[in-house]
Structure formats: structure tokens, C-alpha cells
Write a protein that binds this ligand. Structure first.
Ligand code: UD1
Ligand code: PEP
Length: 429
């Protein structure tokens, strides 16, 4: 196990390339199960979620070849191998194996997913969708058993706007008989990306990116080649880092529309941002930043996945700020760690109240989840002295080549192996 070390206070300058989107990649890889011939996915991020999903495809009899951001998937020999335990627990997106295997084999056994611990993350809307399509779904000893004689299109209204349920139902419905309509669907760009891949495989999907998606089932899906959209959350994280420590930072390979809610808030704070076709330039504001209030919402609202790194930035803004997470009310595990670094933040219910203007001090802190880790990296870049971040495995789920990218911008960041003593402290905590 390793820890990230950051010597704070170095200004950031230069260009950083954004990778392909994690939350697309983790749906596109399982989607390949539905094809009858090879699928090639380009622009994959170099993250552990991608590696684990590729291994899961091998567990069910597929063959995969991952090289330099391109994954070739051969689904021809895949079968409905039960996956009640093991790798499925290591990430959230293994739940997409349910929709894809149900769609292809009409049956699946998949353990309940892992992923970031953000408080309760039920999958009742996924199950409601599978049942509406005709599957019998049971939960036995922490695994979901799905079985259908045949899948028949249905009208499904989601009680909660859910990215995962929208994609999972699409995956199950593309090879169902007849028409499926998903109402109150999520509209995130990653949903459009998945629909684009499925359409290239021969699926018939209309309305992805709106709140009503219509799917006309087809008998067969074939292989194709697809390139993943840029990661708006990684891009947003670098935009936040540049807002905190940048002199002149170009974030390249980003779709500015996808980060509009973040850009609007940063401009309100006084950050100077220029949008180009597929890049964003952040320039230093020497007059200082102002605090703002922000509420996370479903897309196109402010993304919950940027709430944690944005909170770190607000510790350096003048005045008070309130951050409210309406998607995950317990997504505040980074706050205790930021306090250790000298931040003045109180959590009340779903909100964090930040008294800004603090100069953070380097400290030993722990990333409890992926974006908490990103928040601590932002804090470490701003802090006086050295910050040590453990829990790096969470950060590696979503940020490929983070140190290299930050070193390229002028940060002083490196990895060290944890000592025996540090390992035993973590095990006993
Ligand atoms: C792999 C992936 O793409 N992860 C993203 C996905 O997670 P995920 O797909 O798990 O998140 P959802 O959009 O499903 O969750 C949104 C809200 O709906 C609730 N809910 C969800 C499903 C359900 O069946 N019942 C239910 O009540 C959740 O508890 C949460 O409060 O979207 C989240 C919200 O943008 C992001 O933070 C995650 O990065
Ligand atoms: C919550 C996240 O990921 P996951 O849903 O994969 O746990 C995230 O990417 O911020």
C-alpha cells in the first residue's frame, strides 16, 4: 500500500490532458457483453475500475486485451457465470453486469456492488426496472439473482432520477421484445455515451440525454469501435486545482458544456475562465476569491462528484460558503480531514458551512473515498508544508496518472510505500 505526498504552495502552470470518462468507461465495458462479436473501446482512463471490469469479463469467459487506453473485448464465449462475490464488491459499476447479463443471457447472479461509501446507495430502481421487463429478482445472502423466460419491453417510471438505474435498464432492454420507455430518466452525458455505443452495436435508442428514453428491442447486437467522451469530473477537478493554485492552466480535452455549472460557480467566486471548443483556460485572480453557496443536483446541475474538491477550494475563499449535497446526504467524510489541516467547517444535516480565508497546513490525512481523496489533493496543493494522504487506492479508482499530470503542471507530488507501522495503524483504525 502507498501514500501520496504533496508539498504545497507551488503554483500550477501549463497544459493538462483530461482522460476518458470513468463513469462512461465502467458502463461501456459491461455493455460489450451484449454484442456477439468484438467490441473495441478507445480513450479509456488508466484507472483500477477499468482493470477490474476487464477481469470480470474474463471471469465470465470473455477475452480482453487492454493496451494504451484501448480495450478489445471478445464476447463470443461469454456465459452466465455467477459472480456473487470477489471483484464485484470492489467497485460500484459491477451492477451494470446485472443489466448486461440479463439482456444477453436472461439470467445473472451478481453480488451487491461496492464503490464509494457515501451513505445508503440503494438499487431499488434498477430492480424495479428489471422486474418491469419480466425478470424475477431475488436478493440472497448479498447477491442479486435475476432470471427471465423472456424480456418484454415496458414503460418504467423512475421514482428517483438515477444514473445507474437509467443505464442498467437500457442495457437490459436493448435486446428485449418490443418497446421500453424510461420516464424520469437521468440526463448525464455518460448516458448519451452508453446509448451511442449501443446504437453502434445495432440497438435502437432514442432520447438519451433527455428525461424520456425510448428503446425498441432488437434480436442481435454486433461489435463496434467506440471512443469514450472526456471525463467531466476529472476535468472539473483540474479546473478546481487551477482555480486554487493556477497562474495559467489549460485543461485540454474537455467538453465545456459538461462543466458549465462548475464554471458558473467559479466565475461567481472571481476565477477567470476562458472556454474554447474543447479546452478551458484558468487564469490567476490576484484579487482573491469570494465564497459562494452551492447545491448539488442531477445533471445539468452542480455534480455531487465535484462537491468534495470544491469544498476544499472554498476554504481559501473570503467569507462564508454553504455547500449542500442533495444527492448524498452523508458525502462529508472529507470534512474531518480538512479540519485536521486547519479548515473552519461545520456540518449541519446535508450542508457544510465553510468559514473561508484559512491557510491550510500540511497534515497526515486519509482519503475515505474517491472524491474525498481528490478534495485532499486540492487541499494538499494549497497547504503550507507537506500533506500525506493514505487511502490512495480510492483515488486510483478514478484518476489515472494523477501525479504525472500534476508534476507536469509544476506541483511537487510523489508516492511512498507505507511502513509496517503505518499499515498496522490503518488495519487497527
Ligand atoms: C459509476 C457511476 O456512474 N457512479 C456515479 C453514479 O452513481 P449511481 O448510479 O450509483 O448514482 P444514482 O444516480 O443512481 O444515485 C442518485 C441518487 O438516487 C438514489 N437511488 C439510486 C438508485 C436507486 O435504485 N435508488 C435510489 O434511491 C441514490 O441513493 C442517490 O441518492 O451517479 C452518481 C450521481 O451522479 C455519481 O455520484 C456517481 O459517480
Ligand atoms: C461516487 C463515485 O464513484 P462510484 O459510483 O463508482 O462509487 C464517483 O466517481 O465520485
Amino acid at each position: 500500500m502507498e501514500k501520496l505526498m504533496i508539498e504545497g504552495g507551488h503554483p500550477l502552470n501549463g497544459t493538462v490532458q483530461v482522460s476518458g470518462a470513468k463513469n462512461s468507461a465502467v458502463a461501456l465495458i459491461p455493455a460489450a457483453i451484449l454484442a456477439d462479436s468484438p467490441v473495441i473501446i478507445d480513450n479509456l482512463p488508466n484507472i483500477s475500475d477499468v482493470t477490474i471490469l476487464s477481469e470480470l469479463l474474463e471471469e465470465i469467459g470473455g477475452s480482453t486485451n487492454l493496451s494504451g487506453g484501448t480495450l478489445e473485448i471478445h464476447p463470443e464465449k461469454m456465459f452466465a457465470m455467477p459472480l456473487p462475490n470477489g471483484r464485484v464488491k470492489k467497485l460500484r459499476a459491477s451492477y451494470y453486469m446485472m443489466g448486461a447479463m440479463l439482456g444477453k443471457f436472461k439470467k445473472a447472479v451478481i453480488g451487491l456492488p461496492g464503490g464509494c461509501n457515501l451513505g445508503p446507495r440503494p438499487i431499488d430502481q434498477h430492480i424495479k426496472g428489471f422486474e418491469a421487463l419480466g425478470a424475477k429478482v431475488t436478493n440472497e445472502q448479498g447477491a442479486i439473482y435475476l432470471q427471465a423466460d423472456e424480456l418484454i419491453g415496458a414503460r418504467i417510471y423512475l421514482d428517483v432520477v438515477s444514473v445507474g438505474a437509467t443505464i442498467n435498464i437500457m442495457l437490459a432492454a436493448v435486446r428485449a421484445k418490443g418497446r421500453t420507455i424510461i420516464e424520469n430518466a437521468a440526463k448525464e452525458p455518460e448516458i448519451i455515451d452508453v446509448a451511442t455505443l449501443l446504437s453502434s452495436m445495432g440497438a435502437n435508442i432514442k432520447g438519451a440525454g433527455t428525461n424520456v428514453i425510448r428503446i425498441d428491442g432488437v434480436d442481435e447486437l454486433h461489435g463496434c469501435r467506440h471512443s469514450i467522451i472526456p471525463d467531466r469530473i476529472e476535468a472539473g477537478t483540474f479546473i478546481i486545482m487551477a482555480s486554487a493554485m493556477g497562474e495559467s492552466v489549460l485543461i485540454d480535452n474537455v467538453i465545456p458544456d459538461h462543466v458549465e455549472s462548475l464554471i458558473a460557480k467559479l466565475r461567481e467566486m472571481g476565477v477567470m475562465i476562458e472556454e474554447e471548443d474543447d479546452s478551458i483556460l484558468v487564469r490567476a485572480n490576484h484579487k482573491g476569491l469570494q465564497g459562494v453557496d452551492v447545491k448539488t443536483l442531477v445533471y445539468p446541475g452542480f455534480p455531487t462528484d465535484l462537491q468534495q474538491p470544491f469544498t476544499s477550494l472554498l476554504t481559501r475563499a473570503e467569507g462564508s460558503s454553504m455547500v449542500t449535497d442533495t444527492i448524498y446526504n452523508a458525502r462529508f467524510k472529507h470534512i474531518d480531514e480538512l479540519r485536521r489541516m486547519g479548515a473552519n467547517i461545520k456540518v449541519e444535516g446535508r450542508s457544510a458551512l465553510i468559514n473561508g480565508g484559512s491557510t491550510l497546513q500540511g497534515a497526515t490525512v486519509r482519503a475515505s473515498d474517491l472524491r474525498a481523496g481528490a478534495a485532499l489533493v486540492v487541499a494538499g496543493l494549497m497547504a503550507d508544508g507537506v500533506t500525506e494522504i493514505t487511502g490512495v487506492e480510492h483515488i486510483d479508482r478514478g484518476y489515472g496518472g494523477l501525479e504525472e499530470k500534476l508534476i507536469g503542471l509544476g506541483a511537487n507530488i510523489w508516492r511512498e510505500k507505507l511502513s509496517e507501522k503505518e499499515l498496522s495503524e490503518i488495519e487497527n483504525s
